[in-house]
Design a protein around this ligand. Structure first.
Ligand code: HEM
Ligand code: HEM
Length: 192
């Protein structure tokens, strides 16, 4: 669906993502980096009230990210990104073209899978999620020690897969911008 915001009216904006998409890209990007940092840090702490508090904050922030990712996906579905500029399309071999979209779609999948598996892991471990200590979320898996071990490994594995995709994505963005001199970053850059 093309709306006014999808293809911005002035020429310089015609090839840009909408302001909302740009804001969500950088906001959720920074939030994800924070989630990784806290996730890896808290895991190795000795058991203490501070560790349990960090676990709670990680879980609550993860649920907020999951909610924002739903809004982001809805925005993306209703505001299709502009097509890649013709010069970039011509320069890119077919595999890079596929890799570009495969990375984006896989990241979107993991934006949901990582927190959902984290939520399921909490329930399986017998610690239901109560967002900000006031909003209890339903358990969609039973409390079960073996299942908890499995889901813990999945949360770790899916988070690692997302981290790898993000690194690939950033490396590709840097290469396009500064090696190939493609003006791709300005499509995703905040503007007035
Ligand atoms: C945690 C970090 C990041 C995540 C999770 C992320 C994720 C995404 C996703 C999902 C898209 C697809 C558009 C959308 O629906 O939002 C995208 C596009 C884009 N990202 Fe990132 N990104 C991250 C960091 C970065 C960084 C650091 C850069 C620059 C160095 C960057 C540059 C871009 C560019 C230029 C596009 C637009 C590509 C195009 O024109 O089609 N991203 N990013
Ligand atoms: C996009 C969101 C999320 C990201 C990127 C993320 C990332 C991580 C990472 C990197 C770790 C450390 C993994 C390890 O080496 O074991 C971790 C641990 C953990 N995460 Fe998440 N997480 C997210 C959402 C959630 C959610 C929504 C929950 C639960 C509601 C959750 C619950 C946990 C728990 C309980 C641990 C500790 C595992 C343990 O050591 O027992 N996470 N997370």
């Amino acid at each position: 669906m093309n709306t006014d915001e999808t293809f911005q009216s002035s020429d310089s904006h015609a090839q840009s993502y909408t302001r909302t998409a740009v804001a969500m890209h950088w906001l959720l990007g920074m939030a994800l980096v924070g989630m990784f940092a806290v996730g890896y840090y808290m895991e190795d702490l000795p058991l203490s009230p501070a560790k349990l508090q960090l676990f709670n904050w990680h879980k609550w922030a993860g649920i907020c990210l999951l909610t924002l990712s739903v809004l982001r996906l809805l925005w993306r579905i209703t505001h299709r990104p502009p097509p890649l500029p013709a010069d970039i399309q011509n320069d890119m071999p077919a595999w890079q073209h596929h890799a570009h979209y495969l990375t984006q779609y896989s990241m979107y999948g993991l934006f949901f899978l990582v927190p959902l598996v984290g939520w399921a892991y909490s329930s399986a471990a017998g610690f239901p999620v109560v967002v900000f200590g006031v909003l209890p979320l339903p358990d969609f898996v039973p409390a079960n020690e073996a299942l908890a071990e499995l889901l813990k490994a999945w949360h770790e594995g899916t988070a690692m897969a997302l981290a790898i995709l993000i690194l690939l994505h950033v490396a590709a963005a840097i290469k396009h911008q500064w090696v190939d001199k493609h003006a791709l970053l300005q499509r995703m850059w905040p503007r007035r």
